[in-house]
Write a protein that binds this ligand. Structure first.
Ligand code: FAD
Length: 393
């Protein structure tokens, strides 16, 4: 239920809706313009669906020049603009206002260049996250940040929210993998930041732009780092008889100096819902489970998994299952990445998202469960444990 009051719309702008739509069509002839009621409804919220507002219109431009013309017009005519990629934001960043237009970049989805020699991909901002790895994989590269929404979410949205994902424990989040952006300022000026290699000349504004939720301008193009795909990667699935034991094991793995590519945590409700959705062989008798993935040569993988299983012994695991094949690994990840959808099938949910120090993991889980008991909420915990990124839902 909504508890935040959204601002009242500017009646003068609302009264000029038809004129605004007409002018935008003229200024951006290649853009798709959605002005009818049904079409606009599709864009009335992002993934935080508790908050909804019908925008004045939705514009899907085809080029940076069109974005520039649209922003210049809106700036001069006091029309608010809400940039949008795929609308998967969980915090309402792409929620429109009634007196705003939605500027949706999803049609600008070309992979412009895969520069293997310099390990850089240049893409339009509406490209989906997964499409970069898909385009680069034939040459042995991948794009590291992998939000669970990666089949849908866009690079522009990833930059605006500094997205992370399961594999960011080793490779960092979006800001650590971004080299350059082309951005249109709110007055229509087109500006380039960064370059095609690390530490390019001039002030480094990329960390300021990354995570700014579209408030500084609209990103239309980005250059991102490509990494060489590892020789191999394999997860181990470890079941525990308490969430606290699993949380303590995460802290111990990190403290040992091993850097797995991913450590994912699932509590009992999450294990059951995900297993029902994707039968991946999660341990149904466990109170909590960790998916710990390491990568490298086969020898390295064996060595690291051995060490991780040794560390886990101190926390009395009730089951340990190393993936034996690429298919088994893919299934384990498929279940994990489908978690939000799986939980959405059994119940409406609210999701809180935050990062805490690893040493506080166990206490934070206990705190979450106390709050949920007090207010009689069911809760499932499934999160990127290696970097302390909780999102109880
Ligand atoms: C099932 C599910 C799983 C998720 N898992 C993760 C996860 O593992 N890690 C994670 O970090 N997030 C996750 N998210 C949240 C979300 O997917 C990310 O924040 C994602 O980066 C948003 O991208 P988007 O294209 O959908 O952006 P939108 O939701 O459309 O927009 C998000 C914000 O970016 C701004 N924006 C969008 N495009 C641009 C642009 N071109 N220029 C400037 N500003 C822009 C918008 O105004 C808004 O403020 C998940 C969401 C869902 C629904």
């Amino acid at each position: 239920m909504s508890t935040v009051t959204l601002p009242d719309p500017d009646r003068v702008v609302l009264a000029r809706r038809n004129e605004v739509v007409k002018q935008l069509k003229k200024l951006a002839p290649q853009a798709v313009m959605i002005a009818d009621l049904e079409g606009r409804r599709t864009f009335e919220s992002d993934a935080l669906a508790a908050y909804r507002r019908l925008p004045l219109a939705v514009v899907l431009p085809a080029s940076t020049e069109e974005v520039s013309a649209i922003l210049r017009f809106c700036n001069e005519n006091h029309v608010k603009v809400v940039p949008r990629g795929a609308g998967t934001s969980l915090c309402g960043g792409a929620t429109p206002l009634e007196d705003s237009i939605v500027l949706c970049l999803s049609r600008m989805n070309k992979i412009l260049e895969i520069d293997a020699a310099n390990r850089v991909a240049r893409v339009e901002a509406g490209s989906t996250n997964i499409s970069i790895t898909q385009a680069a994989s034939a040459q042995g590269f991948f794009y590291a940040p992998d939000p669970s929404s990666q089949v849908a979410c866009t690079v522009g949205g990833n930059i605006a929210t500094n997205s992370g994902g399961a594999h960011c424990l080793k490779y960092g989040v979006t800001v650590n993998n971004l080299l350059a952006v082309r951005m249109v300022m709110m007055d229509g000026e087109i500006v380039d930041f960064g370059g095609s290699h690390l530490d390019s000349p001039n002030y480094d504004f990329l960390p300021l732009i990354t995570g700014s939720e579209g408030q500084l301008g609209v990103v239309t193009e980005a250059s991102v780092r490509l990494l060489a795909a590892p020789e191999g990667a394999r997860p181990v699935l470890i079941g525990f008889d308490s969430a606290q034991a699993a949380a303590s094991c995460v802290a111990a793995i990190i403290a040992s100096g091993i850097v797995p590519v991913a450590i994912e945590f699932m509590d009992r409700p999450a294990i059951h819902v995900c297993e029902h959705f994707v039968p991946a062989g999660y341990p149904l008798d466990a109170e909590a489970a960790l998916i710990v993935e390491v990568e490298g040569s086969e020898d390295e993988i064996e060595y690291l998994l051995e060490k991780i299983e040794d560390i886990a012994q101190d926390y009395n695991p009730i089951s340990t299952r190393r993936s034996q094949s690429a298919e088994e690994s893919a299934l384990i990840w498929k279940g994990r990445k489908a978690a939000f959808g799986a939980i959405g099938q059994v119940s409406d949910y609210m999701c809180m998202d935050g990062v805490i120090p690893l040493s506080a993991l166990s206490a934070a889980l206990e705190g979450v469960s106390q709050i949920c008991r007090k207010y009689r909420f069911d809760v499932a915990n499934i999160f990127h444990a290696g970097d302390g990124n909780l999102h109880p839902l």
